[in-house]
Ligand binder design. Structure first.
Ligand code: X3X
Length: 339
């Protein structure tokens, strides 16, 4: 009897070992037979660096995964974008949303603090902050909500007020209708600065300016040049630097978990590199972009920064769902960078 039982145990052990190897080979086989098509959506125009960078990253990932990971890029909100784009990610679609962190604020409120107005004095400060535990913890919370954040630092420039009239103080914005993206962060910021925030998708912005539906907009010099805002009637830029325009790259946590580790590593590396390359490129290009805009008749006006900072101060109050002390934590990280 004992011999029989021993033989049974040995055969079970043998069978399970074979099963593990078979599975292992299958998983490896899965990796080599693996193919995933992801649709990447954003609102930027073909001439803007964000678009170029996304296309370059997608091409590099396709090549380095030998065609296993195909990211199809869709600029100018051809697919769901802004809030609706992030919703696709949360629903677990094979979809990558590229939007600013304020649109993640609906899921992890602390991202509204990260994207608050007049926090950063340079691109580098923001990039450094995103690498701190404070922000890494925010990213972990987003992953629990179904949003894996592959990058936060596709910076497209400080956003400034762009109007027909010269603006120097909050009082100059009284009654002025300014187009903004549709997230609460922008609406609250532009309202606090003294204007009438008028949320519109980017695609409707320039026609709204031309038709007088809005008196202006706010955006970076790279947006101004890339989307030819300078060709419209709004030629005065008020150097408010009120928001650092930056995009994150978001994919469903479940979709991410289903991708073989070797491909995850390639995807992560390429999006990280893409952001780093874009930041250094735009830092080097900004002076030339300003000069080019000036050659098209755009005027850059200094503003009463203290008056705008005072107007925006109430926005550093913690909102529902934010981690207590989140603003103090951000301020202290920034202060330590400036020592
Ligand atoms: O969500 C990504 C950006 O914050 C959207 O900003 P928006 O709608 O002012 O678009 C920026 C332009 O450069 C798009 O061409």
């Amino acid at each position: 009897m004992h011999k029989k039982r021993l033989l049974t145990v040995i055969s079970i052990l043998l069978l399970s070992t074979v099963a593990i190897f078979a599975n292992g080979e299958q998983e490896a086989g899965d990796a080599s037979d693996y193919k995933l098509v992801l649709k990447l959506s954003h609102v930027f125009s073909p001439a803007e660096q964000l678009t170029i960078s996304m296309d370059e990253v997608a091409a590099s990932i396709l090549e380095k995964t030998n065609g296993a990971i195909e990211i199809q890029t869709f600029p100018q909100a051809q697919l769901p974008a802004y809030k609706e784009g992030v919703e696709q990610v949360v629903r677990g679609a094979n979809f990558i949303s590229v939007e600013d962190p304020s649109f993640i604020g609906d899921y992890v409120a602390d991202f509204k603090a990260l994207y608050a107005p007049m926090l950063y004095q340079s691109f580098d400060e923001y990039v450094e902050l995103t690498q701190k535990k404070l922000v890494q913890d925010m990213m972990a919370k987003a992953e629990e909500q179904g949003i894996k954040i592959l990058a936060l630092d596709y910076i497209y420039g400080f956003r400034n007020i762009i109007t027909d009239k010269v603006v120097k103080t909050p009082a100059d914005l009284a009654g002025v209708k300014l187009r903004t993206p549709g997230s609460k962060s922008y609406i609250d910021t532009i309202s606090a600065m003294g204007a009438i925030a008028t949320p519109l998708p980017w695609g409707e912005t320039l026609s709204a300016v031309q038709q007088g539906v809005v008196d202006g907009l706010e955006g970076s010099e790279f947006t101004n040049l890339g989307t030819k805002v300078y060709e419209s009637r709004v030629k005065n830029v008020a150097n408010t630097h009120h928001i650092l325009g930056t995009c994150g790259v978001y994919i469903s946590s479940d979709v991410w978990a289903s991708i073989p580790a070797e491909y995850q590593q390639i995807i992560q590396n390429e999006f990280t590199k893409g952001a780093k390359d874009m930041v250094s490129l735009l830092k080097s290009q900004h002076g030339g972009v300003v000069k080019e805009l000036e050659s098209y008749g755009v005027k850059f006006n200094d503003v009463d920064g203290a008056a705008f900072r005072e107007a925006l101060a109430p926005l550093y109050a913690e909102q529902e769902g934010m981690t207590p002390g989140i603003f103090e934590s951000i301020f202290s990280e920034l202060d330590s960078m400036r020592q």
